[in-house]
Ligand binder design. Structure first.
Ligand SMILES: C[S@@+](CC[C@H](N)C(=O)[O-])C[C@H]1O[C@@H](n2cnc3c(N)ncnc32)[C@H](O)[C@@H]1O
Length: 257
């Protein structure tokens, strides 16, 4: 039965997308076989992966599934829910992706978020700490899964420069440092994803459930008025980055500073 479902798995979205962007998704069975080749790294919560053409996240989702399984097994052994929650979040920060098509970027983030959230049981989903975790998970995914052209990491007219955040953990605290992909690629003397620390803007250190910030609740319903395009005065710098101030008083984290 599983085989039949996999045969039916949709591997292309349209002929045009195949022609324009080579968009053909890898079937689940092949993703699993390929992940088996690096099974130890997939089961290492902190091991970092970059998918330079991530699509909807077929590979990143499978890797996250394995990392969450490893975190669950370890926390189960200790009967430690706080440990699982932190390790599950750390797993999320370890995954990076780029895609040239914005809808793929959105799907990839949503697929990772759904899997991550679904791995938490009812007890773990209670209380303000969970709300903070969810917001912070979205924040991390906006920095880690990026719209960009991997072949033009400094950006072009169609795509922004690819700037990742190197997340460093100490206990429950996380510190993020921005790193331009082009600088990382030029550092030829290493095979580590993050090897240069030259570009600066820092996030934190903060407890991981506060990364998404304390976003103010909308004050009142938005009046039906035309939405103005964002202009520089709508942009505000926060401890954790830049955000667009919306008409209803809420904030939308931006992809790149
Ligand atoms: C062959 S699909 C593979 C998707 C996914 N990795 C998988 O295996 O299912 C290639 C993906 O790369 C994206 N892509 C094509 N050219 C790209 C580029 N220069 N930079 C980033 N992504 C690109 C496409 O939009 C598409 O989602």
């Amino acid at each position: 039965m599983a085989k039949a479902n996999e045969t039916e798995q949709r591997l292309i979205k349209s002929r045009k997308r195949v022609r324009d962007h080579g968009e053909v998704f890898t079937p689940d069975w092949l993703v699993r076989d390929m992940c088996d080749l690096v099974a130890a790294q997939c089961a290492d919560v902190g091991a970092r992966f970059l998918e330079p053409a991530c699509g909807d996240g077929n590979f990143l989702v499978e890797i996250l599934r394995r990392k969450l399984g490893a975190a669950r097994a370890e926390a189960g052994g200790r009967n430690d829910t706080a440990h699982f929650r932190r390790e599950a979040f750390r797993a999320l920060t370890s995954l990076y992706g780029i895609d040239i098509l914005p809808d793929n970027v959105r799907n990839c983030r949503a697929n990772l978020l759904r899997l991550w959230a679904g791995a938490h049981n009812a007890k773990l989903r209670r209380g303000p700490r969970w709300a903070g975790c969810e917001r912070s998970a979205q924040f991390v995914l906006e920095w880690n899964i990026l719209h960009g052209n991997t072949l033009k990491p400094d950006g072009s007219e169609e795509t922004p420069a690819v700037v990742f955040v190197d997340w460093q953990w100490e206990g429950d605290d996380v510190r993020g440092t921005e790193e331009r992909l082009s600088a990382l690629l030029q550092a030829a003397d290493t095979d580590s994803l993050f090897s240069v620390h030259d570009c600066g803007n820092a996030i934190g250190p903060l407890p991981y459930w506060q990364l998404g910030g304390e976003l103010p609740a909308p004050k009142k319903p938005v009046a039906a008025e035309p939405v103005k395009p964002p202009t520089p005065q709508h942009l505000r710098r926060f401890e954790w980055g830049m955000a667009e101030l919306r008409a209803d008083g809420s904030y939308q984290p931006l992809l790149a500073l």
